[in-house]
Design a protein around this ligand. Sequence first.
Ligand code: F6R
Length: 614
Amino acid sequence: MCGIVGYIGKREAYPVLIKGLKRLEYRGYDSAGVALLNDKNNLRVYKTKGKVADLEQYAADKDTSGCIGIAHTRWATHGEPNSNNAHPHMSFSGDLAIIHNGIIENYAFLKKLLQQKGIKFNSNTDTEVLVQLIDYIRTKKKTDLLTAVRIALRAVIGAYAIAILDKNNPDQIIAARKSSPLVIGIGQDEFFLGSDASPIIEYTDKVIYLDDKDIAVITKGKPLDIVDINNEKTDHEVKTVDINISQIEKGGFPHFMLKEIFEQPDCLKDCMRGRINVEADNIVLSAIIDNRKHLINPRRIIIVACGTSWHAGLIGKLLIEDFCQIPVEVEYASEFRYSNPVINSQDVVIAISQSGETADTLAAIELAKKKGAFIYGICNAIGSSIPRATHTGSYIHVGPEIGVASTKAFTGQVTVLAMLALALGKERGTIDNMKYVKVINALSEIPAKMEHLLEQSDNIKDISRIFTYAHNFLYLGRGYNYPVALEGALKLKEISYIHAEGYPAAEMKHGPIALIDEEMPVVVVATKNILYDKVLSNIQEIKARHARVIAIVSEGDDTVRNLADAVIELPQTEECLEPLLASLPLQMLAYYIAVAKGKDVDQPRNLAKSVTVE
Ligand code: F6R
């Protein structure tokens, strides 16, 4: 969602801001803008609908001087994507420019109030209300900007990460956050701002993550000053970010998504490193050791997540119930947060999130915490809001995921869930040792098997070309592979805009079969496991209705090969780990179909990488 970049120091701000916006493009956006201030108190705002490249073109013949500036990519919520609604927004006096990520929920009320005071609005956004309110307080009460910001933020309901420039103070940026992420990079006599660390790491690895209700006064040549909304000073540890530039660049691949698909063998090695021992017969998760009393004997586990992370949660449920014999429920965080769940201190809530910033998942955590549950986070983005809001957790350690469609984060989440289920099952004595060692062994072999699978990418590319005609796809799987079918369908619809549904294969007869004809390809995960024969019957039923079948099968399966129109073979593994392998060809299939259809794979329309609003 919206991206924020800021700079104050000795360099020309504009190139730093533009580069930073490009690093944040992965978040998804529809317009971009920049505000620049030079030492002649000349504040200029340039903004436009479209991409950062459009902004560059628009500003090409304009004055972009100044060593202080803020910049933004907007993902429209209030008001359509156009240059008027793009950020930065100026206040009525022409003194202040603001950029904002989040939603001001009581904006309509505040707007009416300000309009009654005679303030005119230039956009349909909730953000403009905030800058007008700050300026109104500043001029009416004759206060300094920090005081006006503090008072205004107390009146605001909602989520925000903001940065403000003041024409009268070319040495200062004021930034604040609540429920939307904001990072300050600390350089040599210079500061950077970012929605995440990616626009910053090129210049410095020293960062401070702002906490909720923090307001930072960032002044050129002075130490950082951070207060809370009541003007109390707050202390922050300077953290070192462990991300290098190559991780956020394409490294020779045409898209981030393809790079991330191919990174998965290495990502999973990183994810397991230090957790699975060299003999591959034991797992140590520090979160379990440190929180044994909360985790060892819960009444039940509730997994909360959204989208792809929710699909990982469905696999987590099967793993935990199988190895730990603890009942598990999997909830959409967005539904959970508005329900009245029966939770108490005997429950454990596992929150899964790649970005660590998903607004619904954060709200679900807060609700569960209030009710006394113990919260375990499974996240990728280090230092993000969700790991900070949970009691404990495990990072998936797959490196920054830039492509909007989640790939390596999904397999990282499933890997952590498998390790968690195994380690907890061992502690509880609910998994026998032979099975425990066998599954760990198989888990440690997954990266090599993924490598082998990735060698089939040309075959999958060829298959994908045949299916670009389709307007609808059905994905079927059973048991551990049912969430794989859901995830495969989600990948396809996200990036190719082809409608796709995932179903448990046996449910086909209860409705979806009515749709099946020669126009509707069906992707079936039909590996040789306990339900193989039943899935085989489903394939026969599909073929009897003349649909084309793409089958994901176990190596050497000629029976399905003879029935299906296209076949992708999976190396043999334990059934509970099949999702780690079966999801790869489905990611590739979605990717190659989208590419063949000429779609913008890394930034699909309307989607955001980090869903920081409801
Ligand atoms: C799909 C995808 C989304 C996210 C969802 C939750 O490819 O990426 O469905 O999984 O928005 O995001 P996180 O995991 O960041 O909480």
